[in-house]
Design a protein around this ligand. Sequence first.
Ligand SMILES: C[S@@+](CC[C@H](N)C(=O)[O-])C[C@H]1O[C@@H](n2cnc3c(N)ncnc32)[C@H](O)[C@@H]1O
Length: 363
Amino acid sequence: MAEDEREQHRQSRLFTDDDGEFDAERAREESLPVEDGEVIDTDELADHQRYVEGRGIYDERNRVNDLTGKEWKYATKSVIAEGYPPALQHDLRSEHGGQKPPRLCAELIGRFSKTGDTVLDPFAGVGGTLFGASLCEHEGTGLREAIGFERNRRWVEIYETALERENEERRERGEPPLADQDMRHGDCADLIEGVPDDSVDLLLTDVPYWHMDELEQTRNERATRESKLGAFDAAAVPDEGEGDGEETPTDEGPTTEADAETGTGTKAEWLDDMAAKFERFTDAVAPDGHLVVFIGDMYREQSYEFLSADLARAIESTAPVTLAANLIWYDPTKDLHVYGYPFSFVPSMVHQNVLVFRPETDS
Ligand SMILES: C[S@@+](CC[C@H](N)C(=O)[O-])C[C@H]1O[C@@H](n2cnc3c(N)ncnc32)[C@H](O)[C@@H]1O
């Protein structure tokens, strides 16, 4: 069919009133499926298309997620501009200074996996990814199975206690419980050996920074102090978001060379370590799966550390993956701090990078 014929055909399906205007009310009264102001003629859908009430048209050939075309359009936006208010026992989970909002994780899981898929987080912390996978059952398209590795027993215990408390509260509210996910205590380099090749559909993680773990808590406390002392308009900027107190290395890097070079080693060593780990992790990811990695950039020694770019290149240099996207998570509720004023421009970081990799295929 020629393009203009196709357009004519499309127009003839519009649900119009006498003036040729779209009559949404009439369409609603007759319970006709409507998308973008157009009534969907379900008889006209191709065999691979299915109309999903209130969500639009789903294409059965979709290998990436469970989203309809309309939802896909939104989900491919390169910026996620969303603050996530404290939730899911945030008070408990915030003992870990680098925890990610479970609802942000659920959003990413919804973009890069399907119901029933397996999600792996090899640096699971207090379980942002695991909570996200469970939330998908009640607030998304369906439950995902999640496996987490965490070498610090304290964070494993916090995940377990937070889940228990959350489910008690859900029971009191008459809501169904969040599924218990598979959190394993130990080093990811060992635990990955227990995950069969190609068995993971989505690897979603938030990497430990170089010397990051040891500094997380102290930086958190320092950032809180600075925000109280130094914000231009602290009253106007909410300080309650789950994003606040997040990954403070995005606000500032290690303050001295000694900070950076101690702990888990130099930046080059950290990149090598991450690259080697991701090379091994990729074996576990199915060929049509994804690897999605949170990484904040840093500012230190008067220079911007483009950690996201460095990490992307390091991973690509060893693991058989291709960088498909860099999504930006921008938290509009994040508190602003005063850095450099009035002599030097120092960015007040209100975003994190979310690197998206696809395994390379042989073809
Ligand atoms: C940035 S945090 C992840 C936070 C997580 N996204 C959350 O929501 O809680 C990175 C975590 O990786 C853990 N970690 C670092 N190296 C590890 C390793 N070799 N094996 C397992 N866990 C490791 C750290 O203890 C830390 O909790």
